[in-house]
Design a protein around this ligand. Structure first.
Ligand SMILES: Cc1cc2nc3c(=O)[nH]c(=O)nc-3n(C[C@H](O)[C@H](O)[C@H](O)COP(=O)(O)OP(=O)(O)OC[C@H]3O[C@@H](n4cnc5c(N)ncnc54)[C@H](O)[C@@H]3O)c2cc1C
Length: 321
């Protein structure tokens, strides 16, 4: 893995850490800040692929509204490093639990940790329609809370990939009165009477038929082309990517998962403690709907619980001796 100035050199890692945080997005960095300020020896390992990287701007985080996601994370790393947390740019490829945790990095090192906080996020799998991946985070969007204000009153299309896309079309009608739902892979008969009534009440036009491609001109989305050759002028398209939670490490540790319509996530208590003793989680690795502010808050909560757990277990050992 390449190194960048914010990170510790991989070969300098040694000994047992109180906590290893896997993933350095908002959740992991927020957890690391709390761990550092709690005087713990902590290591944060980050592969550097945050979910919102396709967007130039991050919205809805109080005092940071509009900041670039990259700048937000760079500032986070700077704050965390001030408290002595080690940051390494690498990927955790395996983890095993015996008395503590053995955490293997792609770079070849294995580090040990008394506790783990897994904040590996989720991956978005986009519908395979030409133009979608290229425009994602710009004028192909997934979340009106993230970007709705910026594109308000524009000509919206919603590219359906399941009947749940009706919900997305209804939601985005709060940001524009001009919404077309392209049914694409969804058959008209899959829409319920309630769906149709609500779509009509919201003034959403419903267009059956497969979408062949998005039309892009002068680096701007201008429309949607159907397989039958018809074209519809649209300046913004909403999609619902398939969420793929990055829970591989947790599964390897035997964590219990719960199925949701948006993937399987670890079963957690209110602090993010998983069913595996000593392992906490936060952010999108814990739930689909976690926005940046939730991820930061979840990381804080998990770290505070870990700090308490370590202090109490040391005291219990001292008492036992
Ligand atoms: C296009 C887009 C725009 C968005 N815009 C907004 C917005 O404006 N406002 C908002 O609040 N939310 C927005 N979101 C949602 C936002 O991306 C998430 O809320 C946020 O990224 C969750 O933070 P996280 O720390 O859980 O995960 P992430 O930010 O995804 O961070 C996870 C980190 O873990 C790393 N990682 C994964 N596996 C490993 C491993 N095995 N070893 C080491 N590191 C690993 C990844 O590389 C990544 O750096 C947007 C999402 C998308 C897709």
């Amino acid at each position: 893995m390449t190194q960048n100035k914010d990170f510790t050199r991989n070969e300098d890692l040694a000994g047992t850490y109180d906590v290893v945080v896997v993933g350095g997005g908002a959740a992991g960095l927020s957890a690391a800040l709390v761990l550092g300020r709690s005087r713990l020896r902590a290591l944060l390992v980050d592969a550097g692929e945050p979910r919102n990287a396709p967007s130039d701007h991050m919205q809805g985080y109080l005092t940071r509204d509009g900041m670039s996601p990259a700048e937000f994370l760079a500032l986070g790393r700077e704050e965390v490093a001030r408290y002595g947390v080690e940051l390494v740019h690498d990927r955790v490829v395996d983890v095993a639990r015996d008395e503590d945790f053995a955490v293997r990095l792609a770079g070849g090192r294995t580090v040990r940790a008394r506790r783990l906080i897994v904040t590996t996020g989720l991956r978005d799998e986009l519908p395979d329609v030409p133009g979608v991946a290229e425009r994602y985070g710009r004028d192909v969007l997934h979340c009106p809370f993230c970007h709705g204000w910026e594109v308000r009153d524009e000509r919206f299309g919603v590219l359906a990939t399941s009947p749940l896309s009706v919900h997305q079309a209804l939601m985005v009608s709060g940001w524009s009165a001009d919404v077309t739902l392209f049914l694409h892979t969804v058959a008209e008969r899959e829409l319920s009477d309630d769906d149709l009534r609500r779509l009509a009440a919201a003034g959403v036009e419903v267009v059956p038929g497969e979408v062949a491609a998005l039309r892009v001109e002068d680096d701007r989305l201008t429309g949607v082309r159907l397989a039958d050759g018809t074209a519809h002028e649209r300046t913004v398209v909403f999609v619902a990517p398939k969420a793929v939670p990055q829970t591989g490490l947790m599964e390897r540790l035997g964590a219990e998962l719960r199925e949701t319509p948006f993937g399987a996530y670890p079963v957690v208590d209110p602090t993010g403690r998983t069913s595996v003793p000593g392992v906490w989680t936060a952010g999108n690795a814990m739930g689909f709907a976690e926005q940046v502010v939730h991820a930061a808050s979840g990381g804080y909560r998990a770290a505070a619980a870990v700090v308490g757990d370590l202090i109490m277990s040391s005291l219990d050992s001292a008492v036992a001796e």
